[in-house]
Structure formats: structure tokens, C-alpha cells
Design a protein around this ligand. Sequence first.
Ligand code: TEU
Ligand code: CA
Length: 553
Amino acid sequence: MEKNWWKESVVYQIYPRSFCDSNSDGIGDLNGIRSKLDYLHELGINVIWLSPVYKSPNDDNGYDISDYQDIMDEFGTLDDFDRLLEEAHALGIKIVMDLVVNHTSDEHPWFVESRSSKNNDKRDFYIWREGKDGGTPNNWGSCFSGSAWEYDEKTGMYYLHCFSKKQPDLNWDNPRVRDEVFSMMTWWCEKGIDGFRMDVISMISKVEGLPDGKIEGNSGFGGLENTTNGPHVHEYLQEMNRRVLSKYDIMTVGECAGVTIEEAKKYASLDGKELNMVFQFEHVGLDYDEHGKWSDRRFDLKELKANLSKWQNELEGKAWNSLFWDNHDQPRIASRLGDESPISAKAVATVLHFMKGTPYIYQGEELGMTNCRFGKIENCRDIEEINAYKDLVGSGKMTAGDMMAGIEAKGRDNARTPMQWDATENAGFTTGKPWIMVNPNYKEINAEAELKDKNSVFHYYKKLVALRRRSEWSDLIVYGRYRLLDTDSSEIFSYTRELDGRKIFVLCNLTDKEVGYKSEFVKEKSLLVSNYKDAYLRDSMTLKPWFAAVWEV
Ligand code: TEU
Ligand code: CA
């Protein structure tokens, strides 16, 4: 297996709006991030994935970009960015930008011109269609509820928006769109950034003719199948690779909603023709129900183990995996798979961080931050939650109570409550009024307290990062072969990693109960890490609640 720095990295995702506010306006910013670089250096991570910081009206908190080459007013200036990049690099921390090019903001000059008439220079930068039978051009639904088409009075046509109506989809079939995107990417690479996370990159090529999709559940709209993994997506990414990516020593990860194993082998093939790795979403869709994500259903552990193991085994030797539980779109794993106790946060971290692939830590995950009881929709800020609430409660498909339970279990705002730095007001995130409520448990869960407590979730994550990046087991953890054990257990998640005759054994009890365990290994050579003190390996053991340990055997 060829060695690469991005395979040996641990990435930390920052959602700038909620990370650290340096000028008391209640909104996180670039100088706030810069003030916390030492904290990240202490954690030991070597790459930051920065969620979008470009100019944006913030309809979707920066995932609606109106100028790709300038910084959003609330976050600071390009000079602030340059300083952040310089100081991060001085600490050996790389910065990967969030590239959002499936769509722009409707306030981007390209779209302002495109919608102004039927025949201007930018008209076919976007996807405009005549209506059909007095309605929309097809039955596609938006990820943020409602139709994926918006009627535009000015020219009497519809434009496509797979997300909010303020996020019109770019027409990637137009070579001039690709030219503009590639030159913008080159501009950022020339500034010295270290890579791109590519937002919904699997959606940039739509099926010819934009045919109706299969009606999804009771939404009344066609699903995403005609918008993901489309006919030209690999052609466009290979062109992007030839014209930009291959010219720099950078890291790329594609956010690929709907990606299958077979598609991932193309997007993230080891031949380096497209991207380095992908985010797949099968595992974080396993606790959905008939209401889609808006359910408080929990994972079935056997299903979760089988899915993660499938990705470990089927990409082996063919493509590189990413490993994540949390991000700015997901609820927090300490609540979702753990029981919000620190010991359970350490257990779910152990399970992920010894797998094969590049691990991603989302801001606050290293503290064991949890989901938030928002109580009422007025406390929510996320366009996906607010639109879904209006749609599902407004139409009587869900009660307000069930919908709030669904939002508190799975909503994106769970990841977007302010980073909890200390026990002072607003968790030390801001001295102003925070743009979104602070999780009231910040008095117990905060960085200051955890930095002082060697037994904290923070210090456990620090150990996981050090084992992967700077230990005698680093090569084994990064490049070793994965093998799932105890396949039929719905309580235990255990596996081995093996390389050049050395083997580690990962054993986790993912329940809050004591569990008897018969081990095929009877004696450890060494203990790498455990969330309990007396983690001795025996052939017959009683595993305490949330017990996690990794031994060399
Ligand atoms: O997410 C795309 C995406 O798949 C998610 O919106 C997902 O559909 C949803 O959150 C699951 O419930 C990317 C960004 O990560 C997200 O923050 C943006 O809202 C979206 O694209 C549009 O840019
Ligand atoms: Ca601020």
C-alpha cells in the first residue's frame, strides 16, 4: 500500500459559526479559530477541515456562496484567513477548505445575471427549464422540503435547486462553469491551502433529460437517484484532477450522498485519478424510519457493525476510506450511539479510531458534547429542520411533539450549538448574544475542565490521535488489514487489525450493561488504550458497561 500523509492524518472539522467568537457579535469567526490553534495542537490533529468561510447570505450557513474568493463579513477578511493559514502551518496543521460547487447562492453575480433574461452570457451556468403540464419540469424534491424547482417570474421559467431555493444548482455540463470552478480552485491552491472537502460532489452531473424520480415515502416528490452518481460525474472529476488537483500536494475528500461501494471505488480509487477519499452515508442512515431522519430510533448494532465492516473490507486495496461519526449535518454520537456518559463517548470513539481510513473529529466530539434539548422550533436555526417542521407538522404528517423529538435526536442544530470552552456564560464561546442557544450542559462538559482532567474524554481522544500518528503501532493502525470478530453479537463491537505479523485487538461493549465475553486471545503483549483502569485480557471476561480496550496480541 502506497504511503501518503493524508492516509496518516487525523482531521478536525470546524464549523466556524459555532467555534469561537473573537469580536462579541455572537458569531464565530476566523480570528476566534486562530486563538484556539494551540488547543488543536494539544489534541494532536494535523489537518483542519474548515466549513465554508466565503461570502454568503447564510441561508444555509455558508453553503450558499455569493463570492468564492472573499471571506464572509461575519467571519472576517482575507487577511484574517492568510494569518490563520500561516499560524496553522507554523504548528504543522494543514487547512482543507470546503468546496461548495454543486450550487451557488442566488445572490452570486453569475445567478443574478443568469436570471435577468433568457439569453444572457450566464443563462446556462444554471439549470433552467420550461414548466410541464402547468407545473414543475419534473417531480424532483428538494433536500430541504418542497419542490426542487422554483418558478422565476422574470423569464417565466423554473430553475433547479436540490437544496434551498437560494441555492440554485450549477450546470456542470457547461464547460465554462468547469473553467470558472477550476480557476477558483487554483486560486485557493496558490494561496497555499492543503485541500478540499467537496460538498455533494456526487450531484454535479444529473441524468440526461432530467427524468422524474421514484416517489419517496409520503413526500410526494421524486428522490435523489437522478441527481447522484450521474453520467458524467467521474469524467468531470478526472478533468478537475488533471487541471487542478494533480498539480498540488493536497488532500481531497468528496461528500458523496448516495454513494455505493462500486461508485466509491471510482471516486476514491488508489490510482489517484479523482479524489483521495469519500464520505459515505450508509451508516448514518441506519437509524432512520418511515419519517426519514426525523425519528428517535437508535442504531441496531449488528446492522451498524455489518455496514461499517462492509466498507472496511470492500474498499481494501481498492480505495481509501474516511471514518466519521459526527459532522455539522449529523447529531452527536455521544447521544446517538452512546448514552451521553463520558465513558460511553470514549467507547464509541475507540470503535471508530482503530478502523482503516482517515478519521474525522467534529468540533466538540473530543469533549463528549451531546445533543441539545431545543424544546421548541423557535430555538432551532437550521433551514432543513425549520422547513421540515413546517412541511411535516403543517401537513399533519407528524405531530409537533414527534417532530421536536426527531429534531432533538437527529437535527443538524445538535452539532451547531456553540463549542463549549469553559463554564463561564455562553460556555466561553462569546461575550455577546450567541446566534443559537448554548447547550445548558456546558458547565459539566467544557474544554477547560477536560484539559485539567487527565481522565477526560479530551485526553482520551488525544491518546487515540497520538497512537495513530506517533506510536509504534501507527503503521498498523493506518495500513493494517481489518477483520470483524463476534459478528453475531448485538452488544460487542470487536475487530482486529493486522500488518507484517503484528496484530491489535479492539474490544468494545457498546451497552450500558455488564456483558460476559469469551476471548480467542488470552494474553496481551501490551495495552494500547482503555477507558477503564484494570483492562486485563483474559479468555473469559466480564466487560463493564461501555468497556473499551485495545491490546497488541
Ligand atoms: O450536505 C448534503 C447532504 O447530503 C445533507 O444536507 C444531508 O442531505 C442532510 O443534512 C441529511 O439530513 C451538504 C452540506 O454538508 C450541508 O451542510 C448543506 O446543507 C448541503 O450540502 C447543501 O450545500
Ligand atoms: Ca464574531
